[in-house]
Design a protein around this ligand. Sequence first.
Ligand code: AMP
Length: 333
Amino acid sequence: MTTTLGPLAPPSTRPQTARPGPVPDGAGVEVYETVAGYAAALDRFRDAGLTVGVVPTMGALHDGHCSLIQRAAHECDVVAVSIFVNPTQFGDPADLAAYPRTWQSDLASVEAAGGRVVFSPSVAEMYPEPPGDPGSGASVPELSGRWEGASRPGHFDGVATVVVKLLTAAGPCRAYFGEKDFQQLAVVRRVVRDHSLPAEIIGCDTVRAEDGLALSSRNVRLSPDQRRAALVLSRALRTGAALVAAGETRGPIVESAMARVVADEPLVDLDYAAAVDADDLEPAPSCDGRRPVRLIIAATVGGVRLIDNLDPLGAPRAPGRLRPAEPVELSFT
Ligand code: AMP
């Protein structure tokens, strides 16, 4: 089924917008709800000689998602954005139920960022097997055991499975994913390679609020006090990166410095703060620059799980991004 924006009536199964803001009239975004319709539409674009970029999302779009769409629009002729809150990657039903849904404003955001197609399937469309039948899912055990995978069992199986389904439906394309979900990006690269999917995976920079908080659809669930407290994640990453910039090479020392920063914030429960190998996500014993390293962090703030990461050895950053060299309090013990 294809719908063109304007008098678009969201299906009854789709939650109504939670964010005010009109959907522009006469917009040219095409909405597909079936795999077959979506696949055929992207085939038609390719048959016409156009390149396709895809941006998989779970909706509740913010400037981070829009940066992916904008980059895709810059690099591809046609951009398709999938909006699908994938139930198989949520372990906690309450988290799934609380996930924000902002359909109307999402459509406006896709259009404003340069997207032309929206794929918005139902759960039954994506998972047609009968209830209780697990289907033949995808899995990347090598990259899924630690960090987010340890705290959210089954999460990356759900991610790997839906990415295989979404990219199979999309066909040959460039697919844009955020480095914000660093472990997810590694899982995606691996599952695409293992399944020989015809997609080139493009990792995109994390977009942050002015004060450094990484944008996330979950941020809307934070109270003002919790949002202020959540800044400790990016502060801890900066502290770790500043230690590395100052010559500290021992991964565990960097990790404990980050953990100490978080410990000072009573509203925040740290899950992990780690220095990891950027390729295999194993703990990095050394940050001496011989292997690519990533600082990763996850914490819960008022019941909301937040994650962030930073390249401590990264090149000088553009304004608005976190600079490891920014002055922070250093401690080498
Ligand atoms: P989600 O809707 O949370 O599944 O995210 C969809 C895509 O947007 C994923 O590839 C995310 O990594 C990416 N993304 C989410 N937040 C940001 C951000 N702050 N900056 C850049 N990309 C992001």
